[in-house]
Write a protein that binds this ligand. Sequence first.
Ligand SMILES: Cc1cc2nc3c(=O)[nH]c(=O)nc-3n(C[C@H](O)[C@H](O)[C@H](O)COP(=O)(O)O)c2cc1C
Length: 194
Amino acid sequence: MDFFNMLKNRRSVYGLNKNLPVFKDKVFDLVRDSVRYVPDAFDMKSQRVIVVVDDAHEKFWDAVYDELVRATGNPIPRERLDSFAAAAGTILYFYDSAVVNEVRKRYPLYAENFHDWVMQSNGMLQFAIWTGLAEMGVGANLQHYNPVIDKMVAQMFNLPEAWVLVAEMPFGGIAKQPSPKIPEDIDIRVKIEK
Ligand SMILES: Cc1cc2nc3c(=O)[nH]c(=O)nc-3n(C[C@H](O)[C@H](O)[C@H](O)COP(=O)(O)O)c2cc1C
């Protein structure tokens, strides 16, 4: 697939199931390669990822539900969370704040920029993996239950304190295709200067 078609093919897919069109190992390799090749400011390699599958995946979304109930003090509808649990797995994105703080100390003139850079490189990684999954026919969407679930995630996966959760990406077979994009006049957002 050419690059433009790969971009076009990446969508937020909410209708996911466990029938992956590829072996799970292909997904794990995509994640490893994306982490290897996606850039970061000062090459600090701040991105961290956990791919959660099988029993751990079911356990994870049950625990997200429990945390949301705890945070709101009310039972909440399960449909949305169940739709994520119905997927084949979830990719958790983090950055390692210990690495970031270490590099930040070496560049005090730019200290305030580091948080933006960390989020930009994490977003690049999310985008690379999301697009790579789409290229394999695997659907995915992007969720943000952090910071509500931060403590639970750290405990569940026994993480170093310095790992900061950024996003959750359920992925799986495509049970329902998303609606086509609404056409837009792209020249409102893009200017060509000569
Ligand atoms: C930085 C970022 C944060 C997002 N957060 C969420 C989210 O928390 N929940 C969600 O359902 N979708 C989230 N999305 C998905 C967007 O709503 C979606 O990408 C957008 O509507 C365009 O649709 P498309 O992905 O099909 O092109 C997020 C997307 C981005 C890039």
